[in-house]
Design a protein around this ligand. Sequence first.
Ligand SMILES: Cc1cc2nc3c(=O)[nH]c(=O)nc-3n(C[C@H](O)[C@H](O)[C@H](O)COP(=O)(O)O)c2cc1C
Length: 450
Amino acid sequence: MTLGALVHGSGGHIAAWRHPLSPPDGQLDLPLHIRLARTLERGTFDALFLADVVAVWGHDLDSLRRTARADHFEPLTLLAALSTVTERIGLVATATTTYNEPFHVARKFASLDHLSGGRAGWNVVTSVVPLEAGNFGRDTHLDHTLRYRRAEEFVEVVRGLWDSFADGSVLRDRASGIYYDPAGLRPPHHAGEHFTVRGPLNISRPPQGHPVIFQAGSSETGKNFAARHGEVIFTAQTSLAGARDFYADVKRRAAAYGRDPDDVLVWPVLAPYVASTEAEARARLDELQELVHDDVARRVVQDNIGDLDLSSYPLDGPVPDIGVTNRSLSRQELLLGLARRENLTIRQLALRFAAVSSVIGTPETVADHIERWFRGRAADGFNVSFPYLPGSAEDFVDQVVPELRRRGLFRTEYEEATLRGHLGLPRPAGRPVERAEDDAGAGAAAAVAR
Ligand SMILES: Cc1cc2nc3c(=O)[nH]c(=O)nc-3n(C[C@H](O)[C@H](O)[C@H](O)COP(=O)(O)O)c2cc1C
């Protein structure tokens, strides 16, 4: 089994920053992040994962003033720092294909892969927060279908850029004075619907060949994209049956695209509340839920369903109807489905959402859950979203990880050096070196040399 850690400054629960056990300034606390990364490495986690949006994380500054969501590190910058104080744990950053250029993304992730000795991963997202549009010269968010079309081309270009220099073609041979062999140069020369990118990249091939691709698409288009490109697919699932269906569906789609289903790992999100008794663990969640302000509760529902204004609806009344929108379709279906099935009020839905993917209990019962999902082919591992930090990560590493190890489910030490190695994923071969008559490569090499 494999494990990732979703780390958000003071914690994944929306009210974590207010909890006495989480530092209120945890979002920008580098020593805290270093301590966390080392704790996770002690727990032999496969990866530390940072989510991101390129805007304040929400839609409304008035309610954001009651959360820590408008104050967070840029993920690659933080991971570059963490790469210097860790040795084995994978470092995964989120970067959007909607408001970036492929060259920038390819270059930054290749740099992180070199800095960390092959531990980088890229969580490819198409952006979920419409406020991002306003930061990049657009009035409105790009349409859902178009976002994925752009993402498709974006990933193809990034992969081509990572393969700019064939393995072994950067010789750095002082005696002959040859830094790289032009025969191994493979600039993508890409010209497509969204991007024109000549290449090559200005850094040699990443140690992993390609940093590991993470993805969380959940709509039809999103799942196909994930099955084509994702190597770790994470997902918010609320039941074992639903998670099993999702797992089988992802593996089937990957196989249909000619991929080995074992090369696509599925990680449901899991938010652990662990204590020595069930009641104590539940009390920890209750403490956090009580810290969710009314304004935040309303916005949690409004922002995640999207395109509706709940300000005139009573918090303790039903969730109103809403039509099709341009927002995350899967998240909308998840929330509305839950509200309808269980007849929830806006407040109840907000609190359920704030506690989504929670697993509450003793180390043994949390391990039981993990084992049931893993053995039940609902998960190859989990992206563990720590609700409050650093406490919930420390409890998990000190109490749940030993239990998983005792059951033979999880490694006792790292056996590999790279993130691909931990995850058992193959290293992409890259494009072979073709000697002679390669005019494009040689021409580009000459241009670079000049
Ligand atoms: C656990 C989880 C974490 C996610 N983190 C981010 C994120 O950091 N940034 C982002 O823009 N989208 C994030 N997403 C959203 C996904 O990238 C994707 O847009 C979403 O699942 C909707 O997919 P769909 O558009 O195919 O429905 C996350 C989704 C999940 C399930």
